[in-house]
Write a protein that binds this ligand. Structure first.
Ligand code: CA
Length: 347
């Protein structure tokens, strides 16, 4: 009898150990296979779509999100960010959002910044009333420091707006430099053309760099590994009527409906300027490097004068990995796949 009892107890112990081993293995594998990502964006339609997609990536462990007052007016962008996390952030852990206190050298045009208000007012984001995802009690650059330092391993930074919050974070806590795996930044261009049209400047700067050229210089002077997704690659991915029509045919998927409605806003605002999927490319490339061709390049940034914000190749500049081309077919397939996974089709 005692022998039977002992065998049963032994079996229970073995099963408990096996279960504990399985749980540890699962946790271990999760830690090993997932990438810690901190996302700082500037509230444009492209940024908000990027957030929606990032939240779905099985490879991404999103540790924090912050919003800077640049391409999108920040109060509206902050609200929209919180609502997107409420609705589509279920695959991630508990998240909070930080507001930036950074200020521009050159602000984006107000007619572009207003799209955040309309995006935030879309009914799909407002069905459940006020957002529940909390706002941090510290500004974005300090939230970045806190989130990076809180992780045991390294964190990948994804920036789809100006670099000011990162520059300030590096000054506030230099120790984060060793805890950052790499920076993926949508900004700059190295083929000599920019997208800032202003009679006081020469047209060679890209907007995110132009917003705060000194911040770009501060980050360039750091030891961070930088992946630069500039105009030469992002302008391979224009927002076209055909692309909008493609999303329209899939609007039974709530996230694709939101993406289609969001981009419809800028088809109107940017009637005289082609809108590109600048930020979405950077976001997808951050976790799926195989969609892009890259080149190691030495480069620097001008901080003042008519070319303020221009990034340019030079032999004594710092090395970055520049995205030169994209596998557009695979990119669009990944966007569809991620968006469809956000929520099931309604009909
Ligand atoms: Ca942006």
């Amino acid at each position: 009898m005692a022998q039977v009892f002992c065998r049963a107890a032994h079996k229970r112990t073995y099963m408990a150990r096996a279960l504990a081993y399985w749980v540890r293995a699962m946790l271990y594998e999760r830690d090993l296979s997932m990438t810690n990502v901190y996302f700082n964006h500037d509230g444009g339609v492209d940024d908000l779509v990027s957030l929606l997609l990032l939240l779905q990536m099985p490879e991404a462990h999103v540790t924090g999100v912050s919003v800077i007052d640049a391409d999108g007016q920040m109060e509206a962008a902050l609200e929209a960010t919180r609502k997107i996390i409420d609705l589509f952030g279920g695959k991630q852990g508990v998240l909070e959002v930080a507001a930036s206190t950074s200020r521009p050298h050159h602000q984006f045009p107000s007619e572009w910044r207003g799209a955040a208000f309309t995006f935030d007012a879309l009914p799909i984001l407002n069905e459940h009333g006020a957002p529940k995802t909390p706002v941090t009690d510290v500004p974005a650059h300090l939230d970045l420091v806190n989130k990076v330092m809180a992780q045991e391993g390294k964190t990948t930074l994804l920036f789809t707006g100006p670099l000011t919050d990162l520059a300030r974070a590096l000054d506030a806590e230099p120790a984060i430099e060793d805890k950052i795996e790499a920076l993926y930044w949508m900004g700059g261009s190295l083929d000599g053309h920019g997208n800032v049209v202003d009679p006081c400047f020469d047209g060679t700067a890209e907007w995110n760099a132009f917003w705060d050229p000194e911040a770009v210089k501060r980050v360039w002077d750091s030891s961070l590994e930088i992946h630069m997704v500039g105009l030469e690659s992002t302008e391979e991915l224009p927002l076209t009527r055909e692309l909008c029509q493609h999303w329209a045919t899939l609007r039974r998927y709530p996230a694709i409906d939101l993406i289609g409605q969001g981009y419809a806003l800028v088809l109107n605002v940017a009637a005289n300027n082609v809108y590109y999927l600048w930020d979405v490319l950077t976001t997808v490339y951050c976790l799926y490097a195989d969609i892009a061709e890259v080149e190691r390049v030495r480069c620097d940034v001008r901080v003042d004068g008519a070319a303020a914000g221009r990034t340019y190749r030079c032999e004594d500049g710092r090395e970055v990995t520049l995205v030169t081309h994209t596998d557009a077919e695979r990119f669009y397939a990944l966007v569809d796949e991620l968006a469809m996974s956000a929520a099931p089709a309604l009909y």
